[in-house]
Design a protein around this ligand. Structure first.
Ligand code: ADP
Ligand code: C5P
Ligand code: MG
Length: 219
């Protein structure tokens, strides 16, 4: 009887330990910057070179907007066109699901670039409520460039992107939202010593050179 119990335990323990060791706590880098600063472009480069999964809050919201059964489609469409930040209850669920699905598919994929989040206080509160205990935020990667560069890049992107917000009218609102709501969040992380700033006004390759230096050091 005892032998059978021990036999059972010794067979079970290694597999349990193995599973625990594989289930890593998600490691998160928040990626912030103005509209068109190059967040998505640089995240793609990072994914090509490092073991990170890129989750763009904007992309997730656009996908939810397009999902036929979604009860939030119209609300998201209005917020995006107006350059306003969607209530975090919606965004955090999309992010949480995407992170869980990624880790379920491959337990080794526990490093995430969360692009375009947290963009305001509501976003940050939502993260702290739902995710803070579940994931470690390593640092904020901040792509810094002037509003003019941001606007020019988005207008250029607007020629092909089909986005409802890559036009001058929406862009003015997006820049205001960025200055009024997102910059204070970056300042808050700055006080915690958690911001890594990159001059994003240069070429894609030059910007990525700085990104690489940061990730090689602490990524
Ligand atoms: P974000 O995700 O921050 O809104 P994107 O990565 O989508 O920005 O880039 C916005 C537009 O600017 C895209 O058309 C992209 O090809 C272009 N772009 C990105 N980085 C640079 C750069 N360093 N120099 C010039 N154009 C860039
Ligand atoms: O990051 P991206 O430019 O794709 O975001 C586009 C729009 O998506 C934002 O202007 C905003 O309306 C919405 N968004 C949001 N909350 C986020 C990220 C994006 O409401 N955290
Ligand atoms: Mg983007």
């Amino acid at each position: 009887m005892i032998g059978r119990v021990f036999g059972y335990v010794s067979q079970r323990v290694p597999s349990l330990l193995y599973r625990v060791s594989l289930t890593m706590k998600p490691q998160v880098v928040f990626v912030l910057g103005g509209p068109g600063a190059g967040k998505g472009t640089q995240c793609s480069r990072i994914v090509e070179n490092y073991n990170y999964t890129h989750l763009s809050a904007g992309d997730l919201l656009r996908a939810e907007r397009a999902r036929e059964e979604s009860e939030f489609g119209q609300l998201i469409a209005n917020y995006i066109k107006e350059g306003k930040i969607v209530p975090v209850e919606i965004t955090i669920n999309l992010l949480r699901k995407a992170m869980e699905e990624t880790m379920q598919q491959d337990e080794k994929k526990f490093r995430f670039l969360i692009d375009g989040f947290p963009r305001n206080e509501d976003n940050l509160e939502g993260w702290n409520t739902v995710m803070d205990s579940k994931a470690d935020v390593k640092f904020v990667l901040f792509f810094d460039c002037s509003n003019e560069v941001c606007i020019d890049r988005c207008l250029e992107r607007g020629k092909v992107s089909g986005r409802t917000d890559d036009n001058r009218e929406s862009l003015e609102k997006r820049i205001q939202t960025y200055l009024q709501s997102t910059r204070p969040i970056i300042a808050l992380y700055e006080k915690l010593g958690k911001v890594r700033t990159v001059d994003a006004s240069r070429s894609v390759d030059e910007v990525f050179g700085d990104v690489k230096a940061i990730l090689d050091k602490e990524g």
